[in-house]
Write a protein that binds this ligand. Structure first.
Ligand SMILES: [Ca+2]
Length: 297
């Protein structure tokens, strides 16, 4: 079934309400953000970045862009009780394993080269890419720059107050929890934001175009920007790090695991411990190792 046919079928099923949501989804971000002041939110942040040595003109130009804005929608998720948990079982189904095996065939050369070079099992690398982004098919829709800038701006009491008012009251944390988390997360986000800017400037990428998860993870392997500098690798040897390129993403996953102690022939317990450095969730680590075993069988 083509994408168009799928869309038509879904719309027909959902009716008028679904159609409205669908159309809203197609609106440019600037239209949706009409209720939010377009500028001013990041004035202090810009000053900080400039004081920290970033080029003044470049920073001003970035924050003048129409799509760059205070993004309460994604950042709110950090301060809400979560409603649903990811269904990890979906990755262990025969259909999912079949797709992962196909990925291994398509990227066989890159996976074999990487396994040899880093000593990390290609099945584990593939399992991580499967769970992180459905083998590079779901890369996230949020502008990483907006998420990190909004979160970093929360060191300012006005920005915190503004976000607090925008979080649905029935799902938000207590005010005290919110304040504590905002303070902690704003410092974290500022570090990540600086890493994003350093990376994109160095690679000649427009930082206002990179989309990722609501938490700011980006690329096929979903690295946080601060990990790019430390642990991303150039898998295709073109002298650049592009985490939206499969070769680079494959090598980066391997380099990350190797850095945290992966060696060929690790036992389950040690492998589990290292995979949790990629994502701290226990079901995540179990799933990665189960999928890797299924790919080996
Ligand atoms: Ca590369």
């Amino acid at each position: 079934m083509t994408d168009l046919m799928k869309r038509s079928t879904i719309l027909a099923r959902c009716g008028v309400i679904c159609m409205l949501f669908f159309l809203i989804g197609l609106l440019p971000l600037s239209v949706l953000a009409a209720d939010e002041p377009p500028s001013g939110s990041f004035n202090n942040l810009q000053k900080m970045l400039k004081m920290d040595g970033f080029d003044s003109e470049k920073i001003s130009a970035i924050y003048d862009r129409p799509g760059v804005r205070f993004d309460h929608r994604s950042v709110s998720l950090f301060f809400m009780h979560s409603e649903s948990k990811l269904n990890y079982g979906q990755f262990e189904t025969p259909k999912s394993v079949k797709k992962a095996k196909k990925y291994q065939r398509v990227h066989a050369e890159s996976l074999n080269r990487t396994e040899k070079r880093y000593g990390v099992d290609k099945e584990v690398i593939t399992a991580i890419i499967l769970v992180e982004t459905r083998l590079g098919k779901m890369l996230g829709k949020t502008l990483v720059l907006n998420t990190l800038s909004t979160m970093a701006a929360l060191d300012d009491t006005n920005a915190r107050q503004r976000l607090w008012r925008l979080i649905p009251t029935d799902r938000r944390l207590s005010r005290e929890q919110f304040e504590q988390k905002a303070e902690k997360k704003s410092g974290w986000a500022y570090t990540e934001l600086k890493a994003l800017l350093r990376y994109t400037f160095a690679e000649g990428i427009d930082p206002a175009t990179i989309r990722g998860s609501y938490a700011g993870a980006m690329g096929i392997c979903q690295f946080m920007p601060s990990n790019i500098d430390r642990l991303a690798a150039d898998g295709n040897g073109d002298g650049r790090i592009d985490l939206f390129n499969h070769d680079d993403a494959i090598a980066s996953v391997a380099n990350y695991l190797k850095h945290y102690g992966w060696k060929p022939g690790l036992d389950h317990k040690k492998a589990y411990k290292i995979v949790r450095r990629y994502n701290y969730s226990r079901p995540y680590a179990e799933t990665i190792l189960t999928v890797a075993d299924l790919l080996k069988s």
